[in-house]
Ligand binder design. Structure first.
Ligand code: DX5
Ligand code: ZN
Length: 216
């Protein structure tokens, strides 16, 4: 299972998005994490189709789209036009299996996201149909929040994946820095979303190397 870093665009300088993307490419970041919020599923509104489409045209980075929206089923096909992987929330109003299938039919990878209060067990029956599970380590809605330790949940999901003989990534999102990455890595996470920590770093490459470093 490969460790990788997904940079959360929410923390980028919006007036210099093009340059920010070039910086991510130069520093060997694997994925671009695109947080879509609709003001209903969460108390915040971010960006949507026009920005994603422009970014997709500019870069070959893996487009990792995180939908924090009330009815993902209604929109996944359109997001899929410019995404490599789409995460949607199990707590949303859409039918989970139908939404997974809709994403798959577009030939895009699919991930199920769970909020801090949702237990590990909620995702078990969907594991055979997923490419990734996104375990939120903050309440979704805003960048720059403090990390909530979800190690136990991550461990349970990782064990279940291994027992089932599946090959699925576990992504963590919210409050990830060198120290918290180490904690979730030990529990079995391997894809690290980083917004404020990565974009604020003096040396982005070194910071990403630390986040994805194998634990000894
Ligand atoms: C929060 C978003 C995150 C956020 C992460 O709802 O899903 O992706 O941008 O930002 P940091 O790394 O600053 O916590
Ligand atoms: Zn996110």
């Amino acid at each position: 299972m490969k460790n990788s870093v997904s940079a959360s665009v929410l923390s980028a300088d919006m007036l210099r998005l093009g340059e920010e993307i070039e910086k991510l490419e130069r520093n060997g970041i694997e994925m671009l994490h695109f947080d879509v919020m609709d003001g209903m599923f969460v108390n915040n509104i971010t960006f949507g189709f026009p920005v994603l489409e422009k970014m997709r045209r500019k870069t070959g980075l893996v487009m990792d789209v995180h939908l924090m929206i009330a009815d993902p089923l209604k929109y996944v096909r359109r997001f899929a036009e410019n995404a490599d992987i789409i995460s949607f929330h199990i707590e949303s109003d859409s039918d989970t299996m139908q939404t997974i299938n809709a994403v798959r039919e577009c030939g895009v990878k699919v991930a199920l996201a769970i909020k801090p209060d949702t237990p590990a067990e909620a995702v078990y029956k969907y594991l055979p149909y997923l490419d990734m599970v996104l375990v939120m380590t903050v309440e979704p809605g805003f960048g720059g929040q403090s990390f909530m330790d979800m190690s136990e949940k991550i461990r349970l999901i990782r064990d279940r994946i291994t027992e089932s003989g599946l090959d699925i990534d576990i992504q963590v999102d919210g409050g990830i820095n060198a120290e918290t990455a180490e904690t979730v890595k030990k529990a079995g996470a391997n894809v690290f979303v980083s917004g404020s920590y990565l974009f604020r770093a003096d040396d982005m490459k070194k910071t990403a190397d630390i986040l994805r470093a194998e634990i000894c």
